[in-house]
Design a protein around this ligand. Structure first.
Ligand code: UDP
Ligand code: MG
Length: 313
């Protein structure tokens, strides 16, 4: 068994309250894994500072001087969680990568299981949450419906899996050949293929700090996931268009017949309902098309996903 050089990638956005604790816990874990000869002593913790406005980067810099595991990548501004993850993955050399959130809500004890799965030959190991009882009622249910919807739309997702996963070097290289900008990583990773498996854990509550995913960000993230992975809503428009056209044609025939039967005085209510119904549908469908145009808009500009300001080796 070859000595595995592991990189744990941790995106951080305004995490000063929890970061010192996170660095301590992860360093201890690496100590243990190294002493058990599961990973090589050159393994590292890569903290990606995603344009934090607090002391996050100072903490990373300070720990980089005293802690041999701690490496840092500082982005030039806030790019977003997914972008920060990729900056870490694509700018670090390792045999395998594990991505985990800075708040360590995901159980770091299954990292060992992930490595064991990797040694068995799995190139992608998903961290999957057993239950969601630490989430609010709202988050739990919206998440559930989101998974159902994505499945209906034909997008393969691992349910109850966020961005806690192990990726082999080859899987990361393959992922980098996906040139799209609308990155919704949890849908990209299954597209990479290769042998994959799950490990299960219970997710904790955040120990300190607040969530960096308020409702607005969550909804935008979900929309991004749909519009960049499924063209089904577009097909739905065409399909409804056909049905509505048939319906309108029948309505037209009925109107003409009614006209020749001299019974066209009453009609305000039906007219109003037909107009409002079709205006609603029209605007909704324009909106759906707009979502896709927005996706294309982002893609064609082909802007960099992230910009690195400085790095700490
Ligand atoms: N994060 C980031 N950039 C952002 C928002 C979040 O790098 O713009 C990081 C954040 O520091 C954390 C992870 O993404 O490590 C997940 O965020 P959070 O724990 O707040 O999300 P939640 O667990 O509430 O869904
Ligand atoms: Mg969290």
């Amino acid at each position: 068994m070859k000595n595995l050089n592991l990189a744990i990638v941790i995106p951080c956005y305004n995490e000063e309250e929890i970061l010192p604790q996170t660095i301590k816990k992860l360093s201890k874990l690496l100590d243990t894994l190294i002493s058990e000869k599961l990973i090589s002593p050159s393994s590292k913790l890569v903290f990606v500072n995603d344009g934090s406005k607090d002391k996050t980067w100072d903490i990373i810099e300070k720990n980089n001087k005293t802690n041999q595991y701690v490496k840092g990548i500082c982005l030039s501004r806030n790019f977003g969680h997914q972008e920060a993850l990729l900056a870490g993955l694509y700018n670090t050399k390792a045999d395998a990568y594990i991505t985990i959130d800075a708040d360590l809500q995901d159980d770091i004890n299954v990292i060992k299981d992930m490595i064991e799965k990797y040694q068995e030959g799995y190139e992608v190991v998903y961290g999957v949450r057993n239950k969601r009882d630490t989430d609010t009622f709202f988050k739990r249910n919206t998440a559930l419906w989101f998974y159902k919807l994505m499945k209906m739309l034909g997008v393969e997702l691992v349910a109850n899996h966020a961005d806690f996963r192990l990726l082999s070097k080859r899987a990361v290289e393959t992922m980098s050949s996906f040139k799209e900008k609308n990155l919704f990583l949890r849908a990209v990773v299954p597209l990479v293929g290769y042998k994959s498996t799950n490990v299960y854990y219970d997710r904790k509550k955040r120990d300190a700090g607040i969530t960096k995913y308020p409702l607005k960000k969550m909804v935008l993230f979900a929309l991004k996931g749909i519009s960049s992975f499924s063209a089904f809503p577009l097909h739905l428009i065409t399909l409804s268009g056909i049905l509505i056209s048939i319906f309108s044609f029948i309505l037209m025939l009925w109107t003409v017949i009614a006209y020749f039967n001299n019974s066209t005085i009453v009609g305000w209510a039906s007219l109003m309902s037909v107009i409002s119904f079709f205006s609603g549908i029209t605007i909704l469908f324009m909106g759906i098309i707009g979502e896709y145009i927005a996706s294309i808009f982002v893609e064609v500009k082909n802007r960099p996903l992230y910009i690195i300001d400085k790095t700490l080796e």
